[in-house]
Design a protein around this ligand. Structure first.
Ligand code: NDP
Ligand code: A1CAB
Length: 278
């Protein structure tokens, strides 16, 4: 890895939705100047919010923010990508960094041309607190400066892992891109189950949330393998064992395997749909 890219690069976000806001917030926290960040966001109320929240330039179309950008962060939904990129003006050698699920680099190259450097990534929403993780992929031959700039932009959102094959990003999407939603579903399920056992809903909600926060901290900081953390809670013949045996025999692992396989397949479908669109 060469020297980190300098935060003097001009970054244009195409799409100013949830993920763009999380990434912009992270960049500003690392000291990236607001004057070096622009956003294309057609929805007027959202554009106003972005201006007020972050003090960045916001325009209604990609054409207005892209021409002088060193990096374009493609942050619209896959289904919106073709339309969003229609008016993009590009600076030769600029980085096109996609965060879109399923959208393949070959498709982006067809839409934006070969004069750009391409990096495809998949962040996740804990980026909001710098606690995210992003998978990144760049084709062979991508210059180190483009990889470094991509990593610098995403490092503001948390950890970064590079994958060797582009299709691995669909699996990254299934695991960590979508993963926060599985976790939130778990919190919902725990609090509903606690309420069903007679706890007040607000007490069940607090117990469920703090248990997940505490357990997540143990995964991060306890310095032990997650299976041994689980074993430590599971007393022989005790309550946890009774619960975990049910989760295992009811097929929780198979359910997750199938859920992630469906997310992976959906990412591929989203990529195919963009290729097939007229
Ligand atoms: N949400 C997540 O957890 C993650 C999302 N992603 C990826 O990030 C991308 C964005 O997702 P997310 O932020 O959730 O989606 P959002 O819908 O919140 O953000 C997309 C934004 O782009 C705007 N937009 C639509 N058309 C255009 C256009 N032509 N030019 C500029 N902006 C436009 C949308 O406006 P409008 O609402 O009016 O359509 C919206 O504000 C997706 O590709 C997704 O796959 C990646 C990782 C995690
Ligand atoms: O659900 C989605 O398609 C996006 C990609 C990963 C998280 N949200």
């Amino acid at each position: 890895m060469t020297q980190p890219a300098s935060p003097t690069a001009r970054v244009a976000f195409i799409g100013g939705g949830n993920m763009a806001a999380a990434l912009i917030g992270g960049l500003l926290k690392t000291g990236w100047p607001a004057a070096q960040i622009a956003v294309a966001e057609p929805q007027a109320a959202r554009a106003d919010w972005l201006r007020q929240q972050f003090g960045v330039q916001v325009a209604a179309s990609a054409a207005e923010v892209s021409a002088d950008a060193d990096a374009l962060v493609l942050a619209v939904k896959p289904q919106q990508m073709r339309e969003a990129l229609a008016g993009v003006a590009t600076k030769p050698g600029a980085l096109a960094l996609s965060i879109a699920a399923g959208v393949r680099l070959a498709t982006l190259q067809r839409l934006l041309g070969s004069q750009l450097r391409y990096v495809r990534t998949m962040p996740n929403t804990p980026a909001l607190f710098g606690a995210g993780i992003t998978g990144l992929y760049a084709p062979a031959g991508t210059p180190a400066e483009a990889r470094d700039l991509a990593q610098t932009l995403l490092a503001a959102a948390g950890a970064c892992v590079w994958v060797e094959r582009e299709e691995e990003l669909d699996a990254v999407t299934a695991l960590s891109g979508s993963g926060p939603a599985y976790f939130f579903l778990l919190v919902e399920a725990l609090r509903e189950a606690g309420s069903a056992l007679g706890l007040k809903p607000e007490i069940a909600a607090q117990l469920a949330a703090q248990t997940c926060i505490g357990a997540a901290r143990m995964v991060a900081d306890a310095g032990q393998d997650v299976s041994s953390l689980r074993a430590n809670v599971t007393s022989k013949g005790g309550t946890t064992e009774a619960a975990v045996q049910h989760l295992e025999s009811a097929g929780l692992r198979a359910i997750f395997a199938e859920a992630l396989a469906r997310a992976d397949a959906r990412a591929k479908q989203l990529g195919d749909a963009l290729d097939l669109a007229p």
